[in-house]
Design a protein around this ligand. Structure first.
Ligand code: ME8
Length: 626
């Protein structure tokens, strides 16, 4: 067993808020880091930000601020996002930090000394959003072949890195290290790319100032890729702490999106070869999250904000969806419906119910005490196999497969409840009851431990409800069967994943007979509701949703609000125009069928129909209901 593990994410551009595409890579890297900690290895997990370059210089200028002030703000936002998702990075590197600037300058000195860089003229076409240079022949209809946008002609003096020198050594390395580039499809792409021959690449610029000046020629700024890629060795201690560097470099996994595999599997290893440093063990290029048919991206603006999803569904639901939904390596479509379905089916139904049923039965049948089994266990081999498959998948970087493996145990345990029917064993006083209950509780405990790489709250909640201390200290070795001491007193609690009612945001979908179970609330609870009178200004059907109407409602706020309401089966849109309604005005906005709804309309539902609630006499829009 290796005793240390280094994993990295790309360093992201702080030119805009990050979206769930970035969260995808980062949560996956976090899962790998947590897994290796679970294996009691020393882990170094690094992420960070790629802060230099023309694009950021321009953005800052437009915003009327300095580049550093501009990125500072976004970087702090990024750190907040990682905190929200509980990303357990060990280092957050910013390319603007002095430790990195020194390393980049020193690398340029070394590369010049070894004859790996030289001064020449750069001629080509530049695409600012992609930060990419293209030779004439690569343009598509005169535009950038990557984003299709306009390109500008450039002719400037530039330092070049002798990438051409490294084509052969790279091919040899790839050949003798079959795992170096993953998955195999990307490996094949890279091999054929290198076989076409590698041209030297431009590594400096004189056309902008926001970057690291070359020590030998400060008119030149280090161009993005040397500046960015070298972050990995700076973070590991290169030229700062030789001992630490020897410990954490080479990285075990550079996890990146597939569009930057070329930089990580060709340019970066060539730079390392030139510096005489070992190459990373694996460059893994995962697929893209798509929205519709398109890659979700900052420049397209078709992005989903992970913060909103966490707020709405919780961080474990979001982490779970990202890790489980798309086979790791492939592209996959993002939809909120799929997130809700995953949460409801896997987390609420399968895992959540297993826990609540198990603890409820232990309370009812054995006085809340985990019984002592007689020895026979049906689920033990299932648990052993689930742990084996999950760890094997994680060792092979097949993250989604690992999650699937864990849930095989959860599903089997649920099925076992039906088969063994503990309530009957209890009625007939059958001694096998103890075996069944212990099996279920112990399977849950083991599930909690193997879920630790993926979920950050649920494992602790499961441990707590089983009556154990926090799962913090649990390690992979604790998945050995029998770790749950008989005699433990379970602590039944709230459902760990409440079911999401996708339509609960719509008032009329609440069941009409919910009243008897509703607990009493205080006047303070009631005063937290902001109920207001509004006048409906427009109403139209929501495409593809039989029950939904999109309304705009005047609440006396100036701008009318958009509200999506499940009343389409009961009202014709035009019949509502001018009607007054009562709105929950301080409800968190929610996206329903792609429309953001800012409030909820009150209505009463009976078997014979639905009536929206209206004041008896017209009231000014915005009037508060008390
Ligand atoms: O490329 N699906 O930064 P960046 C999946 N600074 N992953 C996605 C994604 C999507 N739709 N969109 C983004 C850069 N990503 C450079 C990297 S590294 C030395 C320099 C993820 O802010 C994915 O990991 O454009 C992708 O590679 C990365 O974000 C790009 O982030």
């Amino acid at each position: 067993m290796a005793e240390r593990f280094t994993v990295t994410t790309p360093i992201y551009y702080p030119n805009d808020r990050l979206h769930i595409g970035h969260a995808y890579t980062t949560v996956a890297a976090d899962a790998l880091a947590r897994y290796h900690r679970l294996r009691e290895e020393e882990v170094f997990f690094v992420t960070g930000t790629d802060e230099h370059g023309q694009k950021i210089e321009e953005r800052a200028q437009k915003a009327g601020t300095t580049p550093i002030a501009y990125v500072d703000e976004i970087v702090s936002d990024i750190r907040d996002l990682w905190q929200l998702l509980q990303i357990s990075y060990d280092d957050f590197i910013r390319t603007t930090e002095p430790r990195h600037e020194r390393v980049v300058q020193e690398i340029f000195r070394k590369l010049e000394a070894s004859g790996d860089i030289y001064l020449s003229q750069y001629e080509g076409w530049y695409c600012t959003p992609c930060e990419s240079f293209w030779v004439e022949g690569k343009l598509v209809d005169g535009n950038c072949p990557s984003c299709g946008g306009p390109v500008a002609r450039l002719n400037e003096e530039s330092y070049f890195f002798r990438l051409s020198r490294y084509a052969e050594p790279l091919l040899q390395h790839i050949d003798s290290h079959p795992d170096f580039i993953q998955p195999t499809s990307r490996r094949n792409e890279m091999i054929s790319f290198i076989r076409q021959g590698l041209e030297d690449i431009s590594v400096s610029r004189t056309s902008f100032r926001w970057g690291i000046p070359l020590p030998q020629d400060p008119r030149h700024i280090a161009y993005v890729w040397i500046d960015a890629l070298t972050n990995y060795i700076t973070a590991c201690g290169y030229l700062q702490d030789e001992q630490r560097f020897a410990r954490f470099w080479p990285a075990d996994v550079h996890l990146v999106g597939k569009e930057i595999v070329r930089f990580h599997a060709i340019i970066w290893p060539a730079i390392l070869l030139a510096l005489g440093l070992p190459l990373p063990r694996v460059v893994y290029g995962h697929g893209w999250l798509l929205l519709g048919e398109q890659k979700m991206s900052k420049s397209r603006g078709n992005v989903i904000d992970p913060r909103q999803l966490v707020q709405r569904y919780g961080r474990d639901a979001v982490r779970y969806y990202l890790l489980r939904e798309v086979p790791f390596g492939a592209d996959g479509n993002y939809t909120e419906e799929a997130l809700i379905l995953r949460t409801n089916v896997d987390l609420a139904n399968d895992l959540g119910n297993l826990l609540s049923r198990t603890t409820a039965m232990i309370e009812r049948f054995t006085g809340g005490i985990v019984p002592k089994p007689s020895g026979d266990s049906v689920l033990r081999p299932v648990a052993v196999e689930a742990v084996r498959k999950a760890t094997q998948s994680l060792d092979r970087l097949q993250v989604s497969d690992a999650v699937v493996a864990v849930f095989e145990l959860v599903r089997r345990a649920n099925k076992y409840i039906e088969e063994a029917a503990p309530w009957q064993l209890n009625r007939s006083g059958d001694a096998r009851l103890n075996d069944v209950l212990y099996d279920l509780a112990e399977s849950l405990r083991i599930t909690a431990v193997v879920l630790k790489p993926f979920l950050v709250d649920a494992p602790h909640a499961i441990y707590r409800q089983l009556g154990l201390d926090s799962a913090d200290a649990a390690r992979l070795r604790d998945t050995a069967w029998g770790g749950l001491p008989p005699g433990t007193r379970v602590q039944r609690g709230e459902p760990i994943f409440p079911r999401i009612d996708a339509e609960s945001i719509v008032a009329s979908s609440a069941p009409a007979d919910a009243a008897p179970e509703t607990p009493q609330i205080s006047i303070d609870d009631f005063s937290r509701l902001d109920l207001r009178v509004g006048t409906i200004l427009s109403a139209s059907k929501v495409k593809g949703a039989d029950r939904l109407l999109e309304l705009t409602v005047d609440l006396g706020e100036g701008e009318p609000r958009t509200v999506v309401s499940g009343i389409a089966e009961h009202y014709q849109p035009q019949a509502l125009l001018g009607s007054q309604v009562v709105i929950v005005a301080n409800l968190q906005p929610a996206k329903i069928r792609g429309i953001v709804s800012h409030g909820m309309i009150l209505a009463g539902k009976t078997e014979s129909g639905l009536q929206i609630v209206s004041p008896r006499e017209a009231l000014p829009p915005g009037t508060k209901i008390k």
